[in-house]
Design a protein around this ligand. Structure first.
Ligand code: ADP
Length: 407
């Protein structure tokens, strides 16, 4: 018996990166979080640590973590010392975030050996993401062999994008051979937020046309017509689209040729440059938006240019998606920047009154963890802030598929 009473049916949500493992133990019905944490620097010679929070107590410990298996075992031990025995609390499922579902996966999927090898076959599509996701799946399965493991794909929501939105104007045979198309990412968040926004407006999702802006360290935007996405800014990889904390977003593909030919940079160096050294960080040295905004307020030229480039790209996509949707009922901000940075919300939608978009400065300045409207009552387009909760979405979808009520 577990010393702490946790009702059966909780879900352990796992998001495994190359050297990290994020986890949350959550009740999919109520959303109550029993424990969560992050193991970092897994497999690194020094500095491995786990930040763990359970039942109101938080702990930070430095502990060697040679691999993901060791990390999940440590997490289980920490939980055990909190009085939570993972194998005895009647977990409904372990929900794994899997970045790339390729052309094959468009729904939450219970993982068996065959599914595991299919995810493995997709690894060339997401060489930096899917292999660590698989390592996480294996590590948790070894620890909890009797609990159903479910894969929730970050691409799933965008699986059926219209062909004209998912197709690159690349030689068709080459694209087919290498499964090159626009897949879209952050799908779990876009779907969760779009559904929540429709509920907030008191209308069926099938009647609401909306633009969802997921602005975190990674950032993406989607156009959702009646609950179905018709476009999104991330593509074959999570690099395309908006300017992000450290990623370029859209960039002339020819720049890579220039860097290789003239700069003698290798593919891996260009990959690192585009993914880790660019975006806000590349432009001004900071990728934390709070720091960027403080510097903008202080008149710092590099931060100001970075902010202007960020907004320019954002407005470019908002405009494009307004035209694609034709009628827009709601524009919805979410994730770290979208939920917290009132300036970004105000500046990205400034001077659009003629399109029915008008932010109320007082509503916009209010801080809250709840979904809320920040547009004026007169504005035809409802501008909302809806906090995302990818872990809860993963937990709910995992529990539903195991119960046989999922999609
Ligand atoms: P991810 O999950 O992609 O790592 P998050 O959704 O947690 O990212 O968002 C992280 C970003 O949100 C950071 O750039 C951070 O600076 C920004 N952020 C968090 N709080 C605030 C705030 N109060 N004002 C401005 N930006 C904020």
């Amino acid at each position: 018996m577990s010393a702490v009473e946790i009702p059966p049916g909780a879900v352990l949500v796992v998001n495994a990166g190359s050297s990290s493992l994020k986890y949350q133990l959550v009740d999919p019905e109520t959303g109550q979080v029993y424990a969560d944490g992050l193991a970092e620097r897994i497999g690194e010679p020094t500095g491995a640590r786990i930040r763990h929070e359970a039942l109101g107590r938080s702990r930070d410990l430095e502990v060697p973590l040679p691999d993901h298996q060791a990390a999940i075992e440590q997490v289980a031990e920490l939980l055990h010392s909190d009085g939570i025995a993972l194998s005895e609390i009647g977990l409904a499922a372990v929900g794994h975030r899997v970045v790339h579902g390729g052309r094959r996966f468009h729904a939450p999927t219970v993982i068996d050996d065959q599914i595991r090898s299919e995810i493995e076959r997709l690894s060339p599509l997401a060489p930096l993401h899917n292999p660590p996701n698989l390592v996480g799946i294996e590590a948790v399965s070894a620890l909890l062999p009797d609990v159903p493991a479910v894969a929730i794909f970050d691409t799933a929501f965008f699986h059926d994008l219209p062909e004209e939105a998912s197709t690159y104007a690349l030689d068709a045979a080459t694209a087919e051979k290498y499964a090159i198309r626009r897949y879209g990412f952050h799908g779990t968040s876009h779907q969760y937020v779009a559904e929540h926004a429709a509920r907030f407006l008191g209308r069926p999702a099938s009647e609401v046309n909306q633009i969802v802006l997921h602005l975190g360290n990674g950032a993406s935007i989607s156009a959702v017509r009646g609950g179905t996405p018709i476009d999104t800014s991330m593509g074959m990889t999570p690099l395309e689209g908006l300017v992000m904390g450290t990623r370029t977003g859209d960039i002339d593909p020819g720049i890579a040729f220039q860097l290789a030919r003239v700069g003698n940079m290798s593919i891996d160096e260009i990959d690192e440059l585009y993914n880790k050294q660019s975006g806000l960080k590349g432009l001004c040295g900071d990728n934390d938006f709070r720091a960027v905004l403080e510097r903008v307020d202080a008149g710092d030229p590099a931060a100001t240019l970075a902010y202007r480039v960020y907004l320019h790209r954002l407005r470019h996509y908002i405009g494009a998606y307004m035209i694609e949707l034709g009628r827009v009922d709601a524009i919805v901000f979410t994730a770290g920047v979208g939920e917290n940075a009132a300036a970004v919300r105000a500046d990205s939608l400034a001077d659009l009154q003629m399109y029915g978009i008008e932010i109320d400065p007082v509503r916009n300045a209010e801080r809250s963890d709840e979904a809320r409207r920040i547009s004026t009552d007169a504005g035809e387009v409802a501008v909302l802030v809806v906090p995302t909760n990818e872990e809860l979405a993963i937990a709910r979808q995992s529990a539903a598929v195991v119960a046989g009520t999922g999609t």
